[in-house]
Design a protein around this ligand. Sequence first.
Ligand code: 3MF
Ligand code: MG
Length: 347
Amino acid sequence: MNQLTQYRFSFGPWNISEGADPFGGEVRPVFPHEDKFALYRPLGFEGVQFHDDDVVPGMDELSAAQIESKASEVRKMLHNQGLTPEFVAPRLWFAKQTTDGAYTSNCASERAYAWERTKKCIDIARALDCKGIVLWLAREGTYIREAKDARLAYQRLLETVNAILDYDKNVEVWIEPKPNEPTDQAYVPTIGHAIALAYASHAPTRVKGLIESAHALLAGLDPSDEMAFALAHDKLASVHLNDQNGLKYDQDKNFGAVNLRAAFNQVRVLEEAGYGKRGEFIGLDVKAFRTQRGYPVTDHLRNSRALFLMLVEKVRSLDQTIVEQCRESRDYEALELYLLKHLMGLQ
Ligand code: 3MF
Ligand code: MG
C-alpha cells in the first residue's frame, strides 16, 4: 500500500516577530534569535529556514574564517536541538548597495557586492550542511519600467543562477517568485518565470522553485495551480503556505484563514503529487498579528500547522469515486456541492 506522507514542517525565525510594521515599531520585547530555536520542536516544527545573516549576524564585516566558525556553531546548536536547516537565502534587500536591486542593479560595484554576498551565503549553507539556496529576488525589478533594461536584467539573473551552480556543485537554487513589493514590478513574478530560468541554466535539475501562496495570489494566480505546474516539472523544492486577503500589501496571513477552499486545493495538489515523501518541508511563512498579546507570540504557527493537518485529513477522506464520476459525467455543479459539503463536514 502507498505509504501516507509524514509531513515535516519548517519556518524562519522572522515568523516570530515582535509586531513592527511600516507604521510603528515593536509592540513586544525583542525575542533573541537563539531562543527562537528552542521553540521549534515543541511547536511541531523541525526545519529552520534562514537568511544568511540569521546564521551569521554582521557577516559583511567578517572574514571567511569568522563566518565559517560562526556557521559551524549554529550547525552544532541545530543538531543539539534536533533541527534541520532547510535553506539559506542571501538577504539582498537591506544593504545600501542593493537599494536599486542586487544582481540587476545598473551599477557594476553593486552587482559585485551582491555576488560576494551570495558566495558568503553559499559558504554558510555549506557549513550548515544545507543544500538549498533560496533566491527571493526582492529588489530585482523596477519602480518605473524605463529604469532598467529588462532583457539584460533577465540575462544577469540567469548568469547569477549559473554562477551559483558553478561555485558549489552540491547546492540547489530555489527561486521564490513574487510579483511586487518592494518593487512595483518584479522580474520573476511567477513560478513559470522561475522554471524558465531553471531550464535555461547549466544544470536544470539543480534549479527549482519555492512557492508562497500569498505571492501567487498577488500575481492573480491560484496557488494550487502554480504548485501543480512546478510539481509537473518535478521542481517544487519548498512552499511558503499562508493566505492573502485580496490585492494589497503582502499579508502573510494564517494558512487557510481567508480562503479555506483554496487552501484545501493546495493541500490536495501537494498530497496527490506525493510532495514531502522525499523529505520536502511544509514551510509556513505566516506573520503574527501586531495586536496579539503574549510573549513570544507563536499561535499563528501552531494554528497554521494544525489547519494544514486538518486539511490533509479532508483530502484523504475525499471520496475519489464521487470526484471521478462527476468528472466523467462533466457534472461540475455536483462536484462543487459535494466538495463544499465535504469541507463543511456535512458529507
Ligand atoms: C517576502 C518573503 C520572504 C521570503 C524569505 C525567504 C520574509 O515576501 O516571503 O519572507 O520568503 O526572505 O526567501
Ligand atoms: Mg516567503
